[in-house]
Ligand binder design. Structure first.
Ligand code: ME8
Length: 514
């Protein structure tokens, strides 16, 4: 049976509509999930919405609706977006799902059984926007003397009786973990930040609230709901059947990858492993913190009014142009910026003018001049084998880079092979060979069809719909990794290429802000 691979995104707060940062995270995770499926892994891919907590409760109150109504309304925007962006998740989890309550209460009970939870009075700083507690020493002063969290959000003084988790007991074990498993936190910047945070000492964590009731009830403690991050993190277990340890959990846990944004690294690499250690559950293999997407270099916020609707961008330029742009242009793990111009320029240069043009020229030529029949072996030249060797080397480089989550590097390698094909077609000029040397023309076109097929399969995880459309023109599928046999089978079947319609339209600049 295929090797399992479990990948998750963060679950997103549905207190408003999704923004491009949410889209980016889903797209990156989807590309990784598809890549792993292509490698033959049995992939389980989960995304969803994080619906409890004070932020949701307050937003709902301001809109004069219940938190559940708000969650229902907004969560649908996230699942719609996932569908529109072609996100191939296996489960879209909502933390208001019934099975999630059972899972959260089970992990809570396991932490109680370990002796890690106790009741005490909490007094300290809380940021509703981050749903996070902070220590005085972490705060800075904003305009008008307002205290701000390290994320720049306002904090308020909070005092209530709550349950505490003995996080302070886990400092040594966490440092051992980071040491023994250097890949547990990636990239390096996040790892360093977390190691120094934990070295600085850990205080116990307040893990329940009594001032509102929109959350998972604490078992046996009326009036307390769990701190939203306790139940939120548990979603990764709910999705594979916890507390049942024998079913899907036995197969898919530990998760191979939690993909998250850099602002929530602490929750995933300090709190989450500590909760799991306490509950006696294995730890995920890796947490990767991607960077932030900026709008023309600026942080997006409702108050600045520069928040862009990802669906609008996808409608303007196409889902695959957006997917390709985000994964090609943003160095994975660092921040990156987008603008309408940058999307159009990148999609036109790489997809329309390079890969699209290559495929269109080749397939249209075959449809017209060979009546669509796949080219015969013809008279070969070392240049043919050289080109196919470049493509094969690219496939290998792409695989290695993608496996390492060096996604931008993988796409650069792919692009280099596309260039090599374009150079080949220009030098070999099959259109000039039609009359002068048809035998050679066959060999050139046959080489190109094979190269195009391989390049479309390689790029499929990133631009699945376009790659599938292109592959359909040569009767091929993205999950068929068996290389050259395909060509001979199709040729023997007498397969004919229809006059192709272009898969990558040339984009014109529009204005998503308009
Ligand atoms: O943090 N660019 O939810 P969230 C890139 N519910 N990524 C961004 C981004 C941006 N501009 N803005 C946000 C939460 N993100 C919690 C997670 S997980 C158990 C609970 C990322 O809706 C952010 O870093 O605020 C996070 O990974 C995800 O989007 C959801 O953010």
């Amino acid at each position: 049976m295929a090797d399992p691979y479990y990948i998750t995104t963060a679950i997103h707060y549905p207190n408003g509509k999704p923004h491009i940062g949410h889209a980016y995270e889903m797209i990156a995770a989807d590309a990784i999930a598809r890549f792993q499926r292509q490698q033959g892994r049995d992939v389980r891919f989960m995304t969803g919405t994080d619906e409890h907590g004070l932020k949701m409760a307050q937003t709902a109150r301001a809109r004069d609706m219940s938190a559940r109504q708000l969650a229902d309304e907004m969560s649908a925007h996230f699942s719609d977006m996932a569908r529109d962006l072609n996100i191939s998740y296996d489960r879209f989890i909502r933390t208001s799902d019934t099975d999630h309550y059972a899972a959260s209460q089970a992990i809570w009970q396991a932490m109680v059984d370990r002796g890690d939870l106790y009741l005490d009075r909490y007094e300290g700083w809380y940021s509703v926007r981050d749903e996070a507690f902070y220590e005085e020493k972490e705060l800075s002063e904003g305009e008008g003397g307002v205290k701000l969290s390290p994320q720049g959000t306002p904090v308020e003084w909070t005092a209530e009786e709550t349950w505490f988790f003995r996080l302070s007991n886990y400092q040594d074990r966490l440092l051992e973990l980071y040491d023994a498993q250097p890949d547990f936190i990636r990239p390096e910047r996040s790892r360093n930040e977390i190691v120094s945070f934990v070295k600085g000492g850990l205080t116990d964590l307040s893990v329940s609230r009594t001032s509102f009731d929109w959350g998972v009830p604490v078992p046996g403690s009326p009036g307390h709901v769990m701190y939203v991050w306790v139940d939120a993190l548990t979603n990764y277990l709910t999705g594979i059947g916890y507390p049942d340890l024998d079913g899907e959990l036995a197969r898919y846990w530990p998760a191979n990858l939690h993909l998250i944004g850099k602002d929530i690294t602490r929750f995933h690499t300090v709190y989450w492993p500590a909760f799991l250690m306490s509950a006696g559950i294995e730890l995920p293999r890796q947490v990767f913190a991607h960077g932030f997407i900026l709008n023309r270099g600026e942080k997006m916020s409702k108050s600045t009014g520069n928040v862009v609707d990802p669906i609008e961008l996808a409608n303007l330029y196409g889902v695959d142009a957006l997917r390709y742009f985000l994964l090609r242009e943003v160095n994975f793990g660092s921040d990156g910026s987008f603008s309408d111009e940058a999307i159009v320029t990148r999609a036109n240069a790489d997809l329309a003018n390079s890969f699209g043009n290559l495929a269109q020229r080749t397939l249209a030529f075959i449809a017209k001049n060979l009546d669509g029949a796949l080219p015969q072996p013809g008279r070969s030249d070392p240049a043919d084998a050289e080109l196919l060797a470049v493509v094969a080397a690219t496939a290998a480089e792409f695989r290695t880079a993608f496996d390492e989550l060096a996604i931008g590097q993988a796409l650069e390698a792919w692009m280099r092979a596309v260039f090599a094909c374009n150079q080949y077609i220009d030098v070999q000029a099959p259109w000039a060979l039609r009359k002068s040397d048809p035998d050679r023309m066959h060999a050139v076109l046959g080489t190109l069809v094979r190269a195009i097929r391989d390049l479309a399969i390689i790029i499929w995880p990133v631009i699945p719909a376009s790659a599938e459309r292109l592959l359909a023109q040569i009767d091929e599928k993205p999950l068929n990794m068996a290389g050259s046999a395909w060509y001979d089978v199709k040729a023997a079947q007498g397969y004919r290429i229809d006059p192709p319609t272009g898969v990558f339209p040339r984009l014109e600049l529009k204005d998503s802000a308009a």
